[in-house]
Design a binder for this molecule. Structure first.
Ligand code: PMP
Length: 433
């Protein structure tokens, strides 16, 4: 795949005018090397690059493409919304409709504030938590990614992890000093943080099920412990479901855990799926907290494009078509891919763990399942690039980093899954070296 391909020409041109040639770091394929594919179209489980090559896609827009690319009804909803005007900077009825559909699915949520990115959602959730508690400190977990606001860029996952950055340059020390970072799945470390700073921690923010250091599921009872520890100290629990929300279950990760166990976080953040593929995210919670947001309350937050009518149309169409059958298809395809992965890597004699959190999948080149960020990084990461490129050569596009989740969609039918399974043995041999 060398030679002057269209992808190569486009990447060269992009690097002249875009830092690193991209608008989001992981897209540059830094961890796997080679020329990133410029994707020019997608339909269902497939994407096509600038050279006309077609791939089964397991990136899924990094989450939003729950029903596959260019889902007919989602596209139709956006087209019809666009014909009526691209946005008004005024209230629009669909904002209420989308908020209501979220409130109906997730009972602890009474009110929703729409924003344009997950970053804004978590950033605002922290501001709200600080205002509600009158406290400054935040606890986050190493390897969890909550977007790129200053205070959350300490020991962050996703692209920060892929680039191996402990922290981002440019974050004021005074801001970092308000973030306490502890190991994931370690409730005692959270208790210790509260013991060291009694009455000073505004919130614990956690990915409901982390998927930005690869998939590292919460051990049973961990999230419930976070709920109990925060409640005991009068701090809030912020459940970041930007990635898991409406993906792993119609009620997100909370639906798989909190709903069954009878607890709920104070605030949720959502994104990705609820925007149907367009820029839309949200923070959500009980009226008692959400009412602190301006203009109802004193916590300022705003956005020119917030609640954009195209994005709300896409989100409503997406949620409307994410029925039980769609989730069943995603789960079935994810399980088939996970089983195929285990089989191929076992046959090739490569030490590995296939990580799962609901329908999220990732691969760790180590013998034991990683439980936290340092374990997730402590794997034979060098095996991922050959594995990734063998899959790409066979027409399957994976996330270009071992520290990211694979996103399966409801459009991954038997034919798409077969293509993935057929590609795995050679990729596993490539990983074996
Ligand atoms: N939270 C989580 C759990 C995420 O996975 C992400 C993005 N991958 C974000 C927040 C940030 O969202 P965005 O990229 O839309 O700013």
């Amino acid at each position: 795949m060398t030679g002057r391909t269209a992808n190569q020409r486009l990447f060269g041109a992009a690097r002249a005018v875009l830092p690193g040639g991209v608008d989001s770091p992981v897209r540059a394929w830094g961890a796997v090397g080679g020329v990133p594919r410029f994707l020019v179209s997608g339909r269902g489980a497939y994407v096509t690059d600038a050279d006309g090559a077609t791939y089964v896609d397991l990136v899924g827009q990094w989450g939003p493409a729950l029903l596959g690319h260019a889902h007919r009804e989602v596209v139709a909803a956006v087209q019809s919304a666009a014909a009526a005007g691209l946005g008004f900077g005024a209230p629009h009825p669909r904002e209420t409709e989308l908020a209501r559909s979220i409130v109906e699915r997730i009972p602890p949520v009474e009110q929703v504030r729409f924003v344009s990115s997950g970053t804004e959602a978590t950033m605002t959730a922290l501001r709200l938590a600080r205002a509600a508690t009158g406290r400054d400190l935040i606890v986050k977990f190493a390897g969890c990614y909550h977007g790129h606001s200053d205070g959350l860029l300490t020991a962050a996952g996703s692209g920060v992890a892929t680039l191996g950055l402990p922290d981002s340059a440019g974050v004021p020390a005074a801001v970092s000093a308000t973030t306490i970072v502890v190991d994931y799945n370690d409730a005692q470390a959270v208790r210790d943080a509260f013991a060291a700073h009694p009455g000073r921690i505004a919130a614990v923010i956690t990915e409901a099920a982390p998927a930005n250091m690869g998939v590292v599921p919460p051990r049973p009872g961990f999230n419930a412990e976070l709920r109990a520890i925060t409640a005991a100290d009068g701090a809030l629990l912020i459940f970041d479901e930007v990635l898991t929300g409406f993906r792993v279950d119609p009620r997100g990760w909370w639906g798989l855990e909190g709903a069954a166990e009878g607890w709920s976080p104070d605030l949720f953040t959502f994104g990705k799926v609820i925007g149907g593929g367009l820029p839309l995210a949200a923070l959500a919670g009980p009226g008692s907290l959400m009412g602190l947001l301006a203009p109802a309350g004193p916590v300022y937050q705003a956005g020119t494009l917030s609640g954009n009518p195209l994005a709300t149309a896409a989100g409503l169409a997406m949620l409307g078509h994410a029925d039980d059958a769609a989730y069943a298809r995603i789960n079935k395809a994810a399980s088939a891919i996970a089983a195929g992965l285990r089989e191929a890597l076992h046959a090739a004699g490569v030490a590995h763990r296939v990580q799962r959190a609901g329908n999220l999948v990732s691969l760790a080149f180590r013998e034991h399942a990683p439980k936290n960020y340092s374990q997730a990084r402590d794997q034979e990461l060098f095996r991922y690039a050959p594995f990734f490129h063998a899959m790409a050569d066979a027409g399957v596009l994976l996330p270009p980093s071992a520290l990211e989740a694979w996103f399966v969609s409801a459009a991954h039918d038997d034919a798409a899954v077969e293509r993935i399974l057929a590609a795995l043995p050679a990729a596993a041999r490539a990983a074996a070296g």
